[in-house]
Design a protein around this ligand. Structure first.
Ligand SMILES: N[C@@H](CCC(=O)N[C@@H](CS)C(=O)NCC(=O)O)C(=O)O
Length: 218
């Protein structure tokens, strides 16, 4: 056992962390605590007062509470995978893409998804997201995955957010000819056993529960 992961099944950041962990440490080496966002466990708030998921508490005492740092931690324990999925030659481009995803794209995505809570309408925010999606589409017209013909950290870090974007208005997204490659990439990842594996449902965790291990190794 390496530690405890506080997670929320539908959170794209938590998906990113679980995807990296599932790939790099497939033998169920963490305890998973499924969080209810409206009623977060005190034990999580205590170790990470900013109180966002995911949070990883390592047995060494180290707390990692940014999804990309959890993903990087997982890759640091699997040198074979990090040589292909987070090779030095692609790190700068991959980091830049993930920053843009977590910055401008996430900003537009939140507003597109919940436009009734914001000043402008849905279409306005959807327009704001299009620049990032065009960039992804462009990359995917040259190769199967974002950084080449192999899946890398950039793919697993970004696709949970594109999934969320696509689901705001699935009909609209599916009709967009300009996202042909993006749709193919997204659907391939959604149907893959990696994603299915990290989306298994767990009951919400409460103090005193029997531990649940992740990745699930049934
Ligand atoms: N930068 C953080 C963001 C994490 C984040 O914002 N997670 C959301 C859930 S998707 C959250 O926990 N929000 C706090 C809340 O809803 O109370 C990361 O990458 O881990």
């Amino acid at each position: 056992m390496l530690g405890t992961l506080y997670s929320f099944r539908r959170c794209p950041y938590a998906m990113r962390a679980r995807l990296a962990i599932q790939l790099c440490l497939p033998n169920g080496e963490l305890e998973l605590r499924e969080v209810v966002l409206k009623d977060k466990p005190q034990s999580m708030i205590k170790i990470s007062p900013k109180a966002t998921v995911p949070v990883l508490q390592l047995n060494s005492g180290q707390i990692i509470d940014e999804s990309i740092d959890i993903a990087r931690w997982a890759f640091s324990l699997n040198t074979e995978l990090s040589e292909t999925m987070y090779a030095e030659s692609i790190q700068a481009e991959s980091d830049a893409l993930i920053s843009e995803n977590d910055g401008d794209f996430k900003w537009a995505l939140d507003r597109y998804k919940y436009s009734d809570r914001f000043e402008q309408d849905e279409e306005y925010y959807r327009e704001k997201a299009k620049g990032f999606l065009a960039q992804l589409e462009d990359k995917l017209s040259d190769h199967t995955f974002l950084m080449g013909n192999q899946m890398t950290l950039a793919d697993i870090a970004v696709f949970p957010f594109v999934r969320q974007f696509a689901h705001v208005d699935k009909k609209w997204f599916d009709q967009q000819k300009q996202y042909h490659n993006l749709r193919q990439w997204l659907n391939g990842l959604l149907e893959g056993e990696l994603f299915v594996g990290i989306m298994k449902k767990y009951p919400a965790w409460k103090e005193g529960d029997e531990p649940t291990y992740f990745p699930n190794v049934e």
